[in-house]
Design a protein. Structure first.
Lengths: 475, 504
């Protein structure tokens, strides 16, 4: 390894350093505020490092691929982590309780996500995914009180472990067929192996993709999502929805492209079925939810269905990789905005995540209500929001590639989705009992600032997307 | 820049109205009125400075320079999306109608809206801004943007200030329009993709896309996407079911905007986009569209006859009247198109006025049920006379605007399809029946002596006078409106004839 490779690894190194510093700090002086500051500084440094590493893009050994595309997503993930950190300060602030470990877990999980994004080899894929996942189990179960977080964590742990086993078995099958574990090597050898033994290659890929699909919670691997979303502390739910799912999708895209999985028609068919099922079932199940976190869980299933459409269309046109970039960015920003508001309004009270608790929010807390409205409109794909431009990409791609079945599922799904997004907006506009009275919670400037910042980003991305499109095109 | 300013004034005015509530509960409505009137005067002043208006030439649909006004600026060059606005006679009429009815709507909200007035007036102004955008946008992406975005403030107007069943009505309104809009988006993107594969250029400009060459089958499906979106908004049979709910539940000002202006965006879209972009496919589809139009005329009238809710009756009468627009557009000859344009304007005024009367009744009686009314003329003679005027206008009394419109449509339609004309003319008879029934049940009959009701005050009379003058003007001397619309109609007809090689 030479110096320039180390420079390319700066973001990962920065995050590792932060983790080490946090551990040392815990052994010297246990202090929650200090731990928070160290993590924040660490994330900011890592964010800077992603910009720094752009001058040194290269494959770092066979395991990691540092290029501007993965660096952009690392930066996006780090931004999401920073937002999570800001939200966590509210949820995990009670003085006198020892919560420093939470920040360590957060940093480790982000480290796993960044490794996952930059992976170009099955080993780093698994390593990143496990590092991210194991830290997440603990983060989900972190509130000591209540059964819901515990249930969520156990559910996620057991099912995740199963998924990892399937993923590993898939690796083994692919290795048996091709003798390769790096994406690029797999791409070369799998085509040859496919001719002699198609079943083995297909079984291997199917298992790998199933393992990944579990983390993305697309149908039929979606059962865990609503319970985990509901049970986890709100900032952690936001983290799971953005960082974890986003990083896994980037890794899937990388694998799909580098290992040239688009060559195999059976796989495309299977992915199409998964995408269609996710769009329809995700949206249908979201209809009757009364808990906003469960509702967003089902809506995220549908959104990853839309994203799979982009993946399927990836070979069709040069616009497609921009589409992944744009859609993921829009999805992550919108989800962050939504969870920021939920964290602020509901706190950690499970009763307050019911839709009823949002009644009259417009008249109680204008900033938070506006942010949630914009987020819902963005999810629904209404113009002037980032979500619309994202949907614009998906529809354009499926028209250009003539994927009419996917397109009709997308339209039916979006049509259903409008109903439940509007329900949230409507309940906020209702007049409630506490109308006109600002509730007892003290003004939280950091939450308001975060909500405003994210809202502005969603609107700018939707109304003036040209700079970002140009930037994404250059990645 | 004039066109952008028109929209910006309303957008900024909305924010001003929102903020002005801090200075007093009655300030927002004054701000809103000032903004709309200022916008209208600004447009009229700019028009007098424009020499073209006297010598309106037939604008070529495909040449933006021949239009009355044209503005274009880069927006998202990656996809060839531009901020392109243009106005010809048709757009101009619609813009004027929007601004006049906008002022009427502010007046309708004067005492009707009691809570959160600042936010209400803001939503009203933002809806108007969106509608102006729809009537002026010539970039299909921009058009779609305005088309969708204007829904949101309208949704809020129904959902927050609506009547007892507002949640259902607002949701239905939004979903119907949004889903049909999604189909239109697919059509737009597919049209652009076809153009791109023909020429290699990304563009959303109306002027470029007009002459896109494509397979017959493709053209038909794309046309259908546009058609459904516009007919839902119009609303045409069988996509009209959202309308009675939305109209009935909306606050008065919302109903005025909805019936007076929003429905016209659908008609405008048919004339501007659906037919010219796909002339061949539209020609083949015309018989079906005509039957839908005739069905709407009769079905709307029959349903209106059976209503007991004052607002619901007017809502169904809108379905019937908008059927004439559909007939006029798809008969596609000069007379019928002129009639359709005339109907858009005249119906805007007559229905807006009727909804205002319905709103005033609800404000005074706290019911819209006609079975609980009766003899109101005795209680409120001024309101009774005004209502009589607009009811006969709506049933098509000669001498008022609606008569001219329906007569022209039927005359034009007669050249295309005689039997359909006979069926559509039935709508006139049923129209007379339900209109007079409305009058009888609510204003005539045995008065309730115990009622103490305030008659129309001077503000309400002034608002009504504006619309009365407009309708009488349209009825007795329709030539100015016909003159403004004529060049557009002629050029559209000429354009579609050159493309299809024959009349539609």
């Amino acid at each position: 390894m030479n110096a320039s490779q180390m420079q390319a690894l700066m973001p990962i190194l920065m995050l590792s350093l932060t983790a080490v510093v946090l551990m040392i700090q815990a052994s010297i002086k246990r202090d929650q505020k200090l731990a928070w500051i160290i993590s924040a500084v660490g994330f900011v440094c890592a964010l800077w490092a992603t910009a720094y590493a752009r001058n040194f893009t290269q494959p770092v050994t066979i395991l990691l691929q540092v290029d501007s595309w993965s660096l952009f997503f690392s930066a996006l993930i780090l931004f999401a982590a920073l937002v999570t950190l800001v939200l966590s300060r509210q949820s995990f602030s009670p003085e006198g309780e020892r919560k420093e470990e939470y920040y360590l877990l957060l940093v480790l999980s982000v480290l796993g996500a960044v490794v996952l994004i930059q992976s170009s080899h099955m080993v780093t894929l698994l390593l990143g995914m496990e590092l991210m996942g194991v830290a997440l189990y603990a983060m989900i179960a972190f509130p000591e009180k209540g059964l819901l977080p515990l249930e969520a964590a156990i559910k996620y742990l057991v099912l995740s472990a199963c998924a990892s086993v399937i993923l590993l078995f898939g690796f083994a099958l692919l290795y048996a067929a091709t003798g390769q574990l790096s994406y690029a090597g797999l791409g070369e050898q799998a085509t040859i192996a496919y001719l002699s033994n198609p079943l083995l290659v297909m079984a291997g890929t199917a298992m790998v993709i199933s393992g990944i699909a579990f983390k993305l919670s697309v149908v039929p691997f979606h059962m865990w999502t609503p319970d985990v979303y509901q049970g986890a502390p709100t900032p952690v739910t936001g983290f799971l929805a953005t960082v974890s799912k986003g990083a896994v999708f980037v890794a899937l895209t990388r694998l799909y492209m580098d290992a040239q999985l688009y060559q195999y028609p059976p796989l495309i068919t299977a992915l199409s079925i998964v995408a269609i099922a996710s769009m329809l079932i995700g949206n249908l199940l979201a209809l009757r939810q009364e808990d906003i976190k469960r509702l967003l869980a089902y809506s995220s299933i549908a959104h990853f269905g839309y994203l799979l459409v982009v993946l399927i269309a990836l070979t069709g046109s040069g616009m497609a990789s921009d589409a992944v970039t744009f859609y993921l960015a829009a999805y992550i920003l919108t989800s962050l905005a939504a969870f920021t508001v939920i964290a602020r309004v509901a706190g950690e009270d499970p009763k307050k995540t019911q839709l009823g608790a949002f009644e009259g929010l417009f008249w109680r807390d204008r900033i938070q209500a506006t942010a949630l409205t914009v987020a819902m409109l963005s999810f629904a794909g209404i113009p002037l929001t980032a979500g619309f431009m994202a949907k614009f990409y998906v529809i354009s791609l499926s028209i250009q590639g003539s994927y009419w079945f996917l397109l009709s599922a997308l339209i039916i799904g979006s049509a259903i989705a409008i109903y439940y997004y509007l329900r949230i907006i409507f309940s906020m506009s209702k007049a409630s009992v506490g109308d006109g009275i600002v509730d007892g919670q003290k003004q939280d400037y950091s939450a308001n600032l975060t909500a405003l910042l994210l809202t502005a980003m969603i609107l700018i991305l939707g109304s003036w997307p040209q700079p970002f499109i140009a930037f994404a095109g250059g990645l | 820049m004039l066109m952008i300013n028109l929209i910006l004034i309303l957008l900024v005015g909305g924010i001003a109205a929102l903020i002005s509530q801090r200075f007093g509960d009655h300030i927002p409505r004054k701000v809103a009125l000032a903004v709309v009137v200022f916008d209208l005067l600004y447009l009229l002043f700019a028009l007098t400075a424009m020499p073209e208006l006297e010598t309106l030439q037939a604008p070529l649909p495909s040449d933006p320079q021949s239009w009355l006004m044209h503005y274009s600026a880069e927006w998202i060059p990656a996809f060839g999306i531009r901020i392109e606005l243009a106005v010809d006679g048709l757009s101009l009429l619609m813009v004027l109608l929007t601004l006049i009815l906008g002022a009427v709507a502010v007046s309708a909200s004067w005492t009707d809206v009691q809570v959160r007035r600042g936010f209400f007036e803001a939503n009203l102004l933002w809806t108007l801004a969106g509608v102006l955008g729809v009537f002026m946008a010539m970039d299909l992406f921009l058009f779609f943007l305005f088309w969708e975005v204007m829904l949101i403030p309208m949704y809020f107007m129904i959902a927050i200030w609506g009547h007892e069943n507002r949640a259902y009505a607002a949701m239905k309104f939004f979903i119907f329009t949004q889903v049909s809009g999604l189909l239109m988006l697919v059509s737009i993107l597919a049209l652009v993709a076809v153009y791109q594969s023909n020429t290699g250029i990304w563009t959303f400009s109306y002027f470029d896309l007009l002459n896109t060459q494509m397979a017959e089958q493709t053209a038909f499906w794309l046309m259908l996407g546009f058609f459904v979106a516009f007919v839902v908004k119009l609303p045409g049979f069988p996509f009209h079911t959202w309308l009675p709910d939305a109209h009935t539940q909306a606050p008065t000002a919302g109903s005025v905007i909805l019936a007076g202006v929003l429905l016209k965006t659908g008609a405008y879209g048919l004339i501007r986009f659906a037919v010219p972009l796909f002339p061949q496919a539209s020609m083949e589809f015309a018989p079906i569209a005509l039957w839908l139009g005739a069905a709407g005329v009769v079905y709307g009238a029959v349903l209106a006859f059976g209503q007991t809710d004052f607002k619901r009756l007017i809502a169904y009468s809108s379905v019937s009247h908008m059927g004439f627009v559909l007939l006029g557009v798809y008969a596609w000859n000069a007379l019928a198109l002129q009639g359709a344009v005339m109907q858009m304007v005249a119906h805007g005024f007559s229905t807006a006025a009727l909804f205002m009367i319905a709103g005033s009744l609800q404000e005074r009686l706290h019911t819209r049920d006609m079975r609980e009314m009766g003899g109101l003329w005795q209680n409120m003679p001024r309101m009774g006379a005004v209502a009589m005027f607009f009811v006969v206008a709506s049933l098509g009394l000669p001498g008022l605007g609606n008569f001219v419109a329906e007569f022209l449509v039927l005359l034009g339609l007669f050249q295309t399809d005689r039997w359909l004309t006979v069926i559509a003319a039935l709508g006139l008879i049923t129209g007379a029946a339900y209109s007079l029934l409305l009058m009888q049940r609510s204003f005539q009959g045995e008065p309730d002596k115990t009622r103490q009701l305030a008659d129309f005050n001077s503000r309400e009379m002034l608002t009504m006078a504006v619309m009365m003058i407009a309708l009488i003007g349209l009825g007795l001397y329709p030539q100015p409106v016909l003159d403004i619309a004529a060049p557009v109609v002629e050029s559209l007809l000429r354009f579609s004839t050159t493309v299809t090689g024959g009349p539609l």
